[in-house]
Design a protein around this ligand. Structure first.
Ligand code: GTP
Length: 596
């Protein structure tokens, strides 16, 4: 009897039906029976279900027989969002083929294109799949043509399926067996395995997902993580069927998991290579890199009291998500909190949402900023994670910001609106292609800072929801940037500093100063609110001094009203933060931050 292996991923835009198709494949191959099938086995995290986004890659093995042949199909589940591009690339490096899944009604979207290019770079066999052919508005012929125009796939190769009804899924299994190449099976060579994912189990510690490239890994043996340079015993190994099922060994070509008594996910690096201890180890696999945090923001508990709760919650999160990082930060305005780093915007939203779901903490978030690079007058390059750390203008030789290449797919009617938007965001157009008569792909290079804030929402709203955006970081470029500070009676309010283009500084400075003025209560003296770059003030507002006693209007009136008023004032005081001699409520900062 011969055993055949196939390793593949499904790549698809959000909601094109990846999880549903995965479920149908498990059913079709008899891996789980229909009765066993809970809705969407692969998306087990509650939050993923809520957001409908597969955040972490998982792997499932499908084993079945056909006549004399035994098959083992490994489906590696990939995250579908740009922030997790590196994880996607590692998952692709473990496959020989991909199913490129496109919705028969929606057609090709930005994410599909980006991921298809990544699969081509890895030289994988691509099986184009058109899903949702059961929909009455399905237009599979047009979508096949769009796929040909944008991705170069042959319309005759497209497998048409409905992941909902199961139609065509049998044919898809045939296509996987027929077209995706068998992985190399050198089981006797020195062990070399790729770590493509990990997750954390409260009882077993880190669970490391691997694809064995060559050799064999056995239960009880010692292994070494080459990049991390740590040695461990393999306590358990196995595959997901889709439940964790232990076995004695995994050999070249197979995909599975290892448990090695590793207590923290921080010790398992995605993209690392596993081999044997000592000099005889295999070469580390190419393509390894560390997760790079591109977006930072401050998180503060909103009433300053549950700081330690917040710390605990962040620690719990970090155990499960090594790409998220945090460090304590103190702000005059917001008190004690944390500076947090994320892979990107969506990653930031996910972490915040988890924090709010899993712990009962009310959060204040400062405006997100990207990672900048500054070359100072001494010629050193420093990475900047928060605006307050930008040196004064006199010490900045060059200010650099990350640039991303954006692919935007839109119906042709909206090209004008999207181009205008991208130009406003300092985008430089790289190309414009037609995928079909009614759909075009625009490519722009745009500063990440301009994308981070709300470009995606803006594109959605100016295309009535039809436009899709995807981006990848292409590098850093010098720009005319400055740190814009806000001062209250001459004292800088750290939480409000931002980095912006010098050309925008006047407008933004005026807007925030105005807003701040409206949020600051009158004091016994005049309060000056200023926006400044270095020592140069570019905008000023004044909160006039208080003229009347607040309780004056109560004299002669009802004493209980007066008491209430005083009580209210006292409560308000509790949440006041002092900036110099000026008291400002935390609410005021929040209003200003949300405005920005
Ligand atoms: P993410 O996990 O968010 O990336 O989404 P996904 O690509 O995994 O999509 P999912 O499988 O969650 O499907 C999205 C929606 O499309 C769900 O409401 C499915 O029920 C529906 N759907 C999936 N396949 C089909 C299909 O073949 N026909 C129809 N009519 N609906 C489908």
């Amino acid at each position: 009897m011969t055993k055949h292996l196939r390793n593949f991923c499904i790549i698809a835009h959000i909601d094109h039906g990846k999880s549903t198709l995965a479920d149908r494949l498990l059913e079709e191959t008899g891996t789980v029976s229909i009765r066993e099938m809970k809705e969407q086995l692969l998306d087990d995290l509650e939050l993923e279900r809520q957001r409908g986004i597969t955040i972490k890659a998982r792997a499932v093995v499908m084993k079945f027989r056909r006549g004399k042949d035994e098959y083992e199909l490994n489906l590696i589940d990939t995250p579908g969002h740009v922030d997790f591009q590196y994880e996607v690339s590692r998952a692709l490096a473990c496959c020989e083929g991909v199913l490129l899944l496109v919705d028969a009604f929606q057609g090709v979207e930005a994410q599909t294109v980006a991921n298809a290019y990544a699969a081509m770079e890895h030289d994988l066999h691509i099986i184009p799949v058109i899903n949702k052919i059961d929909l009455t508005h399905a237009r599979p012929d047009e979508v096949a043509e769009e796929m040909m125009n944008s991705l170069g796939t042959d319309p005759d190769d497209c497998v048409r399926v409905s992941a909902k009804t199961g139609q065509g899924v049998g044919k898809l299994v045939d296509a996987i067996i027929e077209h995706i190449p068998e992985p190399p099976r050198d089981t006797e060579a020195v062990l070399q395995a790729m770590v493509f994912d990990s997750n954390y189990d409260d009882y077993r510690g880190a669970i490391t997902y691997v694809r064995v490239m060559q050799g064999t890994v056995r239960k009880g043996q010692k292994i070494r993580f080459l990049r991390a340079d740590t040695t461990h015993d393999v306590v358990e190994l196995g595959q997901f069927t889709p439940h964790r099922t232990a076995c004695d060994e995994l050999s070249a070509g197979q995909v599975g998991y290892l448990i090695c008594n590793i207590k923290s996910l921080g010790d398992v690096h995605i993209g690392d290579t596993i081999s044997i201890p000592g000099d005889g180890a295999a070469e580390p696999l190419a393509g390894y890199s560390r997760p790079k945090r591109m977006v930072y923001c401050g998180l503060f508990p909103s009433d300053g009291q549950n700081f330690s709760d917040l710390r605990e919650a962040l620690e719990r999160l970090a155990v499960n998500d090594p790409s998220f990082e945090f460090e304590p930060e103190t702000s005059d305005a917001l008190g004690f909190g944390f500076r947090c780093g994320f892979l990107g915007l969506l990653h930031m939203e996910i972490v915040q949402q988890r924090l709010e779901n899993e712990s009962d903490i009310d959060l204040v978030q400062t405006a997100p900023n990207v990672t900048y690079e500054i070359v100072n007058k001494r010629g050193e390059t420093v990475e900047i994670h928060k605006p307050q750390d930008v040196p004064d203008p006199g010490d900045v030789e060059e200010f650099r910001q990350p640039i991303v290449r954006c692919n935007i797919i839109v119906p042709t009617d909206f090209i004008g609106a999207v181009m205008k938007l991208c130009q406003e965001r300092r985008g430089i157009q790289k190309s414009q292609e037609y995928l079909a008569a009614q759909r075009a792909m625009l490519t722009y290079d745009i500063p990440l800072a301009e994308v981070v804030y709300d470009l995606h929402d803006k594109i959605k709203s100016c295309t009535r929801g039809y436009g899709t955006l995807d981006y990848e970081i292409i590098g850093y470029e010098a720009a005319d940037l400055a740190r814009l500070d806000f001062l209250v009676n001459g004292k800088r309010v750290d939480a409000l500093s931002i980095v912006c283009n010098r050309a925008d500084a006047d407008r933004r400075g005026r807007a925030v100063a105005k807003k701040l003025k409206s949020e600051i209560d009158r004091h016994m003296f005049e309060v000056a609110v200023q926006a400044a770059i270095g020592s140069r003030v570019i905008a000023r507002e004044t909160v006039p001094a208080m003229r009347k006693n607040v309780t004056a209007k109560c004299y002669g009136g009802d004493i209980t009203r007066k008491r209430k008023l005083l009580q209210k004032q006292k409560e308000g005081k509790k949440r006041m933060k002092a900036i110099g001699n000026v008291e400002i409520s935390q609410k005021a900062f929040m209003a200003v931050l949300s405005e920005d």
